[in-house]
Design a protein around this ligand. Structure first.
Ligand code: C2E
Ligand code: CA
Ligand code: CA
Ligand code: CA
Length: 275
């Protein structure tokens, strides 16, 4: 038993060292990166399952590093936050995303992810407002996605930054709903227009009585509060059918499309009949 335990902890520390080395590599490559050239925005459709139309796209960051190749956002966004590059990164991403959205039909929205830093000072929020105005896009086409963790650092400051974006006409979506801490109290305290039900409640939805109950309650809650609700991570027809039965309307997931390039998004809209 002793040997197993020791072997196990050695394996653990090896993978731990690897993870730290990887993070160091990402940090180094990110510091040297030409963000404008290396970072692209991909788009994942958000579909109204009543009309079968794409109502919006969520912008998702994609980084192709000349040294590391493709690095997923789940890996490089936290590093960018830690080393103070996230402000610049968000601004590059927002400019690119808005430039793409400018070519879509006016009724197609854009949903954009914000980090803690982006809403933790009035300067960074004002910079975002400036980018929106310079783009010429109707702010009502824009939703900003925030997470509960992004609110935790300085709730009052985050709330005032969000209020500013809301006042411009932008929508505010609470992302990964159900996975954080004080979901319900925050629902009340924030000027939200939308919630996004996390993928973890959708996986095998049709077979999971607990998930069915949770999704049903979240749909009822959002409807009672006058909020729209997007269900994320729908991968199968069975999950979609279950969601439809519960009254879900807005859906995002691999079943419809993975995140796609700007060119493919334009093509997708043409086939969708929206353009
Ligand atoms: P998120 O905001 O929750 O984004 C949804 C993630 O789920 C995306 O991963 C998307 O590709 C993935 N996804 C969508 N549908 C499905 C599905 O049916 N099945 C499965 N398995 N996955 C699905 P991605 O693009 O790797 O992004 C990961 C996270 O990185 C995002 O989670 C978000 O927190 C962060 N992120 C991505 N782009 C940005 C950005 O521009 N700014 C900021 N601040 N964060 C970003
Ligand atoms: Ca999101
Ligand atoms: Ca999410
Ligand atoms: Ca997430």
């Amino acid at each position: 038993a002793k040997r197993t335990t020791r072997g196990h902890s050695m394996l653990f520390s090896q993978s731990h060292v690897k993870a730290i080395q990887r993070e160091k590599q990402i940090e180094q490559a990110l510091r040297q990166a030409d963000l404008e050239a290396e970072i692209a925005v991909y788009f994942q459709p958000i579909v109204d399952i009543g009309s079968d139309r794409t109502v919006a796209f969520e912008a998702l960051a994609r980084w192709t590093s000349p040294t590391l190749g493709s690095v997923p956002p789940g890996q490089f966004i936290p590093v960018a936050e830690r080393i103070g590059l996230i402000g610049q990164l968000t601004r590059v991403l927002l400019r690119k995303a808005l430039a793409s959205a400018g070519a879509w039909p006016g009724e197609v929205g854009l949903s954009f992810n914000l980090s803690t830093h982006d809403i933790s000072s009035s300067e960074s929020a004002i910079a975002l407002a400036g980018i929106i105005m310079a783009s010429g896009i109707d702010p009502r086409r824009l939703d900003f996605e925030i997470t509960e963790t992004a609110m935790m650092y300085d709730f009052a400051q985050a709330k005032s930054a969000i209020n500013m974006l809301k006042t411009m006409g932008c929508g505010i979506a609470l992302d990964d709903f159900g996975t954080g801490y004080s979901s319900l109290s925050q629902l009340h305290a924030l000027p939200l227009t939308k919630i996004k039900i996390d993928r973890s409640f959708v996986t095998e939805l049709h077979k999971n009585p607990a998930s069915l109950k949770i999704v049903k309650s979240l749909l009822a809650l959002s409807s009672d509060m006058g909020l729209r609700c997007v269900t994320e991570g729908v991968e199968t027809e069975e999950e979609l059918a279950a969601l439809r039965q519960l009254g879900g309307k807005l859906v995002q997931g691999y079943l419809f499309s993975r995140p796609i390039s700007e060119t493919d998004a334009t093509e997708y809209l043409l086939q969708d009949g929206a353009a």
